[in-house]
Design a protein. Structure first.
Length: 166
């Protein structure tokens, strides 16, 4: 008895579908990551004064995206969908703009000599060595991610169906 023609046809279909879906997924992820990064840059606050000798727009210029993992030194990141070996990552912050998470989430106030409770339950409270009034959160990254996340997943579903139907 010879090989089953249905099995052979299905095997060929799967081999072709893997390539088609991977290229469609890659294109969709690139477009989604670009949308998230552009929205985060648009929402990002820009320092007009130079209190710490950083050029204005340093944080905004650190926002980017990459196919695969974020580059070393990225302060925080959000995956823009995909799984396995094909995925895109949107990131903010770098060695110069290390303060991205402080802008996004804000900071607690502290007075010299007091102890600030740690968010890590295994560590004890840290001692404050300088007065700081704290900063209010100014979210720019996660709202951009939340705004585009569902659209990206919907685009992935549509493109996968279209690639498999072709």
């Amino acid at each position: 008895m010879g090989p089953n023609p249905t099995v052979i046809a299905f095997t060929r279909f799967l081999a072709r579908a893997v390539g088609d879906t991977e290229s469609a997924l890659r294109l969709t992820l690139v477009q989604g990551a670009q949308r998230i990064a552009e929205e985060a840059r648009r929402r990002c606050p820009v320092e007009t004064d130079r209190p710490y000798r950083r050029a204005p727009g340093t944080l905004r210029n650190s926002i980017g995206w990459a196919m695969g993992p974020a580059p070393a030194g990225a302060t925080f990141q959000a995956p823009s969908g995909g799984s396995g070996k094909v995925f895109a990552t949107v990131f903010a912050g770098n060695a110069v703009a290390y303060y991205a998470r402080f802008v996004e989430f804000g900071t607690r106030p502290g007075r010299i000599g007091t102890r600030v409770p740690s968010t890590n339950l295994k560590r004890r409270a840290r001692k404050v060595y300088r007065n700081h009034p704290g900063t209010q959160p100014n979210p720019f990254f996660w709202p951009a991610y939340q705004m585009h996340k569902n659209r990206i997943y919907a685009d992935i579903r549509v493109d996968m169906k279209r690639a498999l139907a072709a």
